[in-house]
Design a protein around this ligand. Structure first.
Ligand code: C5P
Length: 222
């Protein structure tokens, strides 16, 4: 059997990774893996304040969690212990909880194992913070997306509005800025581009333009 195809998309919050990764996965007829959702669901399950627990307790709790992925493109379904993840994890507050647990070695080890297991049998467009650097260093094509903080917060603001949630733009700029700083400066698997990643600044590009650029690069690489 041919090796699964892995494409990685890393970058900070609100840069357009999810939209692009889903669309790229659909275009290639492969699955979309949202590793941010895996961290969010883990933080949600462990609960508020779990980041202050001992590593032993965290490892023990993680032992009862199991992720699985099915489907393709926008229809990919990520499940935790057999139940599809819900929209409850999509708030900025749970994003910060995810960022808090994402600094813990036991959590990163657990995620690494779960994500690599999925990638061993399934072709993926995988999005996150350390896909190209740590989880899939041999990926066939790696992208690192970036955009100005204000623009990313504006996009997240519109997304939340579409979901019918309350949002405050200034608050989002502050929250996303803090989460990014924590993700970029942590000692384990910090947010940074892989040496061989293709850099894409999405601040001024429209989504169709960026998508066309990604497809062109993937087709040239394969
Ligand atoms: O991408 P999303 O905003 O859903 O990610 C939530 C948080 O999960 C990030 O701020 C980051 O701290 C963590 N994360 C991570 N590594 C990944 C994906 C997400 O540390 N591969």
């Amino acid at each position: 059997m041919a090796e699964p195809l892995i494409i990685t998309l890393d970058g900070p919050a609100g840069v357009g990774k999810s939209t692009l990764a889903k669309r790229l996965a659909g275009h290639l007829s492969i699955a979309y893996l949202d590793t941010g959702a895996m961290f969010r669901a883990t933080a949600w399950k462990l609960g508020e304040g779990s980041w202050d627990w001992s590593e032993d307790k965290i490892r023990e709790e993680l032992g009862s969690l199991s992720f699985s992925l099915s489907g393709q493109g926008a229809d990919s379904v990520l499940s935790l212990n057999g139940s599809p993840l819900t929209e409850d994890i999509r708030t900025e507050q749970v994003g910060m909880w995810a960022s808090n647990v994402a600094r813990i070695t036991a959590v990163r080890d657990f995620q690494k194992k779960a994500q690599r297991e999925i990638g061993m049998t399934t072709s993926l467009v995988a999005e996150g913070r350390d896909m190209g650097t740590v989880i899939f260093p041999d990926a066939g094509c790696k992208f690192f997306l970036d955009a100005a903080l204000e623009e990313r917060a504006r996009r997240r603001f519109l997304q939340l509005q579409e979901m019918g949630r309350e949002a405050d733009l200034d608050e989002l700029i502050k929250q996303i800025g803090e989460r990014d700083a924590q993700d970029r400066n942590r000692p384990v698997a910090p947010l940074k581009p892989a040496k061989d990643a293709i850099m894409v600044d999405t601040t001024k590009l429209d989504i169709d333009g960026v998508f066309a650029k990604l497809v062109e690069k993937v087709e040239t690489a394969s």
